[in-house]
Design a protein. Structure first.
Length: 371
């Protein structure tokens, strides 16, 4: 078994910038006084080409950011985030996710370049997520926050779109996003439904400028059975991957609350083409891989408290009406529901041994959820 590694034009005056801050939080003393976070120096917007794929999450450039807090209490600190490649990533200082506040309320730190920046005033016990799709809200240790666009113009991304598939509302991803350690550019034009209601996902473009496809459910479903009826994907090139997952958008690959069915060969010609995963994938008890021949399959997982059962059945059926190709029960590391959503993605694994040569497309006839 081969192992796998796993932007908003903006110009604004400083007065408009200050008006755009999101400010939340207060504390009680002899009288109420607002606790406010503000920026005094803003880094440039990240201008890296959104189509650039031969980079890692460690390749980001850095710059200084500065600001001031009004009304900070003893022990409170700043947590800084930069939004890059579809997610907010915490900006560490000497290995720590916190920036200290000087006695006069000023703070200064280094951040990796992004299209937006956020400064959170937090209590001493707050533990910030390393990465997140959505910023934390006020409460539970977050006292106040401010968000601002990077200085200057950043690449303009295609607009997201909403579509209906199998009776559910979904939204598409847009722009550069890391999946499984590979940076892809996601274009909403690569996702659509046909006259029969089937979902199409496509990798389009050409070598050096591929665009991928992803959509996610607009709300969480929680425990239950998730079933995907997928047409034959044996035509997919070795570095094309189809993933059927549920995930809350938090964490790094080492601590995601994520359940995956992965269809593809991870860049190698002779490799297993179906993976069941309870993330993180590198824990042996969390990973099962096997091979299926060409054909139509229904892939599903039944998610329960402390247990998830993955199944692959031949044809467009279920575990009681079709031939079971494989089934596996995980009882270790199974997450609990915490705002997760179903995500379906077709993208390029750029770290594979065999580069993608042609456009690829898959069709999913139906998604079902059974409580």
């Amino acid at each position: 078994m081969v192992s796998r590694l796993h932007i908003l034009a903006r110009t604004a005056t400083f007065s408009v910038l200050l008006a755009s801050f999101v400010l939340i939080g207060c504390h009680s003393s002899s009288k109420n006084s607002a606790q406010i976070v503000a920026f005094s120096k803003i880094p440039a917007a990240d201008q890296e080409s959104p189509y650039k794929t031969d980079m890692t999450e460690r390749d980001y450039k850095t710059d200084l950011i500065e600001g001031r807090v009004t009304g900070a209490r003893s022990g409170q600190r700043i947590v800084l985030y930069a939004k890059t490649d579809g997610r907010w990533g915490v900006c560490r200082q000497s290995g720590q996710p916190f920036t200290n506040i000087e006695t006069d309320g000023r703070w200064k730190a280094s951040v990796h370049l992004g299209i937006q920046y956020a400064a959170l005033l937090v209590d001493p016990t707050y533990n910030p997520p390393e990465q997140t799709e959505s910023l934390p809200i006020a409460g539970n240790g977050v006292v106040a926050l401010a968000v601002v666009n990077g200085d200057g113009a950043a690449p303009v991304l295609p607009s997201r779109k909403i579509l209906n598939f199998s009776g559910y509302e979904w939204t598409t991803s847009t722009g550069p996003i890391f999946h499984a350690g590979s940076r892809n550019f996601f274009d909403p034009a690569n996702v659509w439904t046909d006259e029969r209601g089937a979902l199409h996902l496509r990798i389009s473009g050409s070598p050096g400028k591929w665009t991928a496809a992803e959509l996610k459910l607009t709300h969480s479903l929680g425990y239950g059975t998730y079933r995907f009826q997928v047409r034959d994907v044996s035509h997919l090139e070795p570095s094309a991957l189809l993933t059927l997952i549920t995930w809350d958008g938090l964490g790094t690959e080492g601590n995601r609350h994520e359940l995956d069915v992965e269809l593809g060969r991870w860049g190698y010609l002779d490799n297993d083409n179906v993976h069941y995963v309870v993330q993180p994938y590198y824990v042996p008890a969390n990973f099962v891989a096997f091979r299926v021949p060409a054909g139509v399959y229904t892939h599903s997982f039944r998610w329960e408290l402390g247990k998830v059962t993955f199944s692959t059945v031949a044809g467009s059926g279920n575990t009681t009406g079709g031939r079971v190709i494989n089934q596996h029960v995980f009882t270790s590391g199974v997450p609990s529901p915490e705002g997760e959503s179903v995500r379906i993605a077709l993208y390029v694994f750029h770290q594979g041994h065999i580069p993608l040569k042609n456009e690829n497309e898959v069709i999913i006839d139906k998604f079902e959820y059974l409580p």
